[in-house]
Design a binder for this molecule. Structure first.
Ligand SMILES: [Zn+2]
Length: 213
């Protein structure tokens, strides 16, 4: 079972994907995690990633698809995976759909209003070492500024302020609309209300998945 999580930055895709991965027994596959893993492994692919990032360039779709191909071949993904943060564009969705053995059976769109996103993202903090996210009001770390998972320092992304968040929302909608249409025409799209407690949203996602099968 291959699933895709869709939703604006800050809609809670990553958090929800973590709950679903435990529930469904298939791993969450995020672009960030794959990039970090590849660099650590020091494989040929990892070195390519490192070179691109060192040069301050964006990692190409081609590299990301290579990472996904490598990732879904791992034993823990033999029953499927949950893609989080990919695809972001129609071209990426088409390329993902063309990968051998990866058939997308469900796309979960977490829907939240823009004001909600601004509130969520402006309080968001990320760990410098392991990438774990926290939130100053909704999911605070035990000690302010210190990651609960690894003890690393947490920081606020420079672009997590209202003006750039609203700009990102506009870009997100422009890029995602075609994706929503694409998956909706394939009959695999499920739209879920993302406002409320994390656990309530998780229940809605579970219900949407049951409806699917
Ligand atoms: Zn950490």
């Amino acid at each position: 079972m291959f699933l895709v999580m869709l939703g604006a930055p800050g809609a809670g895709k990553g958090t929800q994907a973590k709950y679903l991965q435990a529930d469904l027994g298939i791993p969450q596959v995020s672009t960030g995690d794959m990039l970090r893993a590849a660099r650590k492994e020091g494989t040929e692919l990892g070195e390519r990633v490192q070179a691109v990032m060192d040069a301050g360039q964006l990692v190409s779709d081609e590299i990301i698809l290579d990472l996904i191909r490598h990732r879904v071949a791992q034993p823990d993904a033999s029953n499927g995976a949950i893609f989080d943060g990919f695809p972001r564009t129609l071209a990426q969705a088409e390329a993902l759909g063309a990968l051998d053995g990866v058939e997308i059976s469900g796309v979960l769109l977490i829907d939240v209003p823009d004001d909600f996103i601004v509130d969520r993202l402006s309080g968001r903090r990320t760990c410098r070492q392991c990438g774990t996210m926290s939130h100053v009001s909704y999911a605070p770390t035990s000690v302010e500024g210190v990651c609960d998972v690894c003890g690393g320092e947490t920081y606020q992304r420079a672009d997590d302020n209202e003006e750039s968040i609203r700009k990102r929302m506009v870009e997100y909608r422009e890029k995602t609309e075609p994706l929503v249409k694409y998956y909706s025409e394939k009959g695999v799209l499920r739209k879920i209300d993302g406002v409320g407690e994390v656990a309530d949203v998780t229940s809605r996602l579970r219900a949407a998945l049951e409806q699917r099968s």
